[in-house]
Design a protein around this ligand. Structure first.
Ligand code: FRU
Length: 495
């Protein structure tokens, strides 16, 4: 076993001494979505409940907000999925099998121990392929310090199939299962492998859950597999899916296939096509958790590879989406709702909902954060503008064609999908400094997109739009801003 514990104070000290030479600016930094205290964030990892608190790890480069190179596991915890506290970095790329990055993975909690499964990235300089992936294991008995297993890697992998990663582990009856994302056939087709173990350390491949027939990409990342309201859900992030009209317009996708699964044969039988989970620009690399209340909760990286958003010059890159509870509707659509605890972050009701008919009134969000609720007659078109200086995001509903559009302007600003509300048009919109999440109806359609305001953020209905209800709630800060957090860490390291 290798103790990573001793390294923590030294590296923290470097942090505190400003090794990055950069302050995290507040203008784009989220007030209530988790973001790294400094540096880079990508995928959510190790989402679990430990000692009645939610823990979330994430792909993190503490040394730069410009690149994910040599990712670590950043770490935060929350009593309620709303207020987050940053914890010391959980794992460093300090072993031969993970020196090229402590890549994504998951956590399984058993008998007060956190069992962590992750991918070690190995860079093979000057060789073809130039990297390979191994699966590794670590444990924590205090939820703060992590010990990598001496027998790592637990699954060595095949150097001819270098892309083999992102273990998601769960237990069913007396057996442990792991799904892994993989690219095979000379890196041309994506698939998901199922492994099993009886002791958490020795694993064997037991089946291929599903694979690309060519139309679903060359690599499937970040797989997750779980039962939801009587169906099995294979949730993953395929790379290399071609755009088709309004579908698959992002660089990479995240979506799901529903099906049936039998633990005796370990066969997954798909009963649906691949469907995108979200229709905005920025949802990737999801991870779910089954919490103590039996809720299936998903969280995603609220960003996308190669976006190069301007926050990268503000000392941080990447945020998480709101945690969302998942349900399955009778027509086989996954419904996503912000966890109900979100109401704890609601501050004052700035604009109480009441009938508004073509009002030209503009509402200014406090501290660039808030929740907007709209209810309207679904037989009319509707437009809502979220604006800041020269920046505008338009949300529109087209009653004739049954479509919703988010347009953030600029190149490739439009995202659109079908939505035919049953009954009234209902929207919940969460705005947070540099992000917008739109939940349509009961959450059957969502859009999550980043945008970068030019000052205060205002909201108004389109001139011709009529709504029966528009309300704006303030949302208070529940995530410490990077700068403030340095203070907290100082206390934590010094103490
Ligand atoms: C997804 C991903 C994972 C990998 C991680 C590396 O965004 O590419 O497949 O483990 O990011 O940071």
């Amino acid at each position: 076993m290798t103790a990573t514990f001793l390294k923590i104070p030294i590296i923290f000290l470097l942090y505190l001494l400003g090794a990055h030479g950069q302050e995290v600016k507040d203008r784009y930094y989220p007030r209530y979505h988790l973001a790294p205290p400094i540096g880079w964030m990508n995928d959510p990892n190790g989402f679990c409940v430990y000692n009645n608190e939610y823990h979330l790890f994430y792909q993190h480069n503490p040394n730069s907000s410009l690149t994910s190179t040599l990712v670590h596991w950043g770490h935060a915890k929350s009593p309620d999925l709303v207020s987050w506290e940053h914890l010391p970095i959980a794992m460093y790329p300090d072993q031969s099998y993970d020196a090229g990055g402590v890549f994504s993975g998951s956590a399984l909690v058993e008998n007060d121990t956190m069992h962590i499964y992750y991918t070690g990235n190995v860079i093979l300089e000057g060789q073809t392929p130039d990297h390979t992936n191994r699966q590794a294991y670590a444990i924590s008995t205090d939820g703060v310090t992590f010990t990598k297993y001496a027998g790592n890697p637990i699954i060595p992998g095949d150097d001819r199939q270098p892309n083999f990663r992102d273990p998601k582990v769960w237990k069913h009856e007396d057996t442990y299962y792991m799904v892994l994302g993989n690219s095979y056939n000379n890196d041309s087709l994506g698939r998901i492998l199922l492994y099993s173990s009886t002791d958490k350390v020795n694993w064997i491949e037991v089946s291929i859950l599903d694979q690309s027939n060519g139309s679903l990409g060359y690599m499937w990342e970040c797989p997750d597999f779980f039962e939801l309201d009587g169906k099995y859900v294979l949730l993953f992030s395929p790379q290399g899916v071609a755009a088709q009209g309004d579908k698959y317009k992002n660089l990479y996708q995240t979506g799901y296939i529903l099906g049936d699964f039998d633990y005796s044969t370990l066969k997954f039988t798909p009963t649906s096509e691949f469907k995108e989970l979200d229709h905005g620009h920025d949802v990737y690399a999801t991870q779910t958790l089954l919490d103590n209340r039996g809720r299936r909760i998903v969280i995603a990286w609220f960003d996308m590879w190669d976006q190069n958003y301007p926050e990268r010059y503000d000392g941080f890159t990447g945020i998480m989406t709101l945690p969302r509870e998942l349900k399955l509707s009778s027509d086989g659509t996954i419904i996503q709702k912000p966890v109900e605890e979100m109401s704890r972050a609601e501050g004052r009701n700035l604009i109480p909902g009441r009938g508004r008919r073509g009002s030209s009134r503009t509402y200014t969000l406090r501290n660039k954060a808030g929740e907007i609720k709209v209810r309207a007659d679904a037989s009319n078109n509707l437009k809502l503008y979220i604006e800041s200086g020269s920046v505008r995001v338009t949300l529109s509903y087209d009653a004739t064609n049954g479509q919703v559009t988010l347009d953030r302007g600029g190149t490739d600003g439009v995202r659109r999908t079908e939505w035919k509300p049953s009954g009234q048009l209902k929207w919940r919109i969460f705005v947070d400094a540099s992000s917008i999440e739109l939940f349509c109806g009961e959450g059957e359609v969502t859009f999550s997109s980043r945008f970068f305001p030019d000052g205060p953020i205002t909201v108004r209905l389109g001139q011709l739009s009529r709504a029966e209800h528009v309300s704006v709630h303030e949302i208070v800060r529940t995530v410490p801003h990077g700068g403030q957090d340095h203070e907290r860490w100082h206390v934590c390291v010094g103490g």
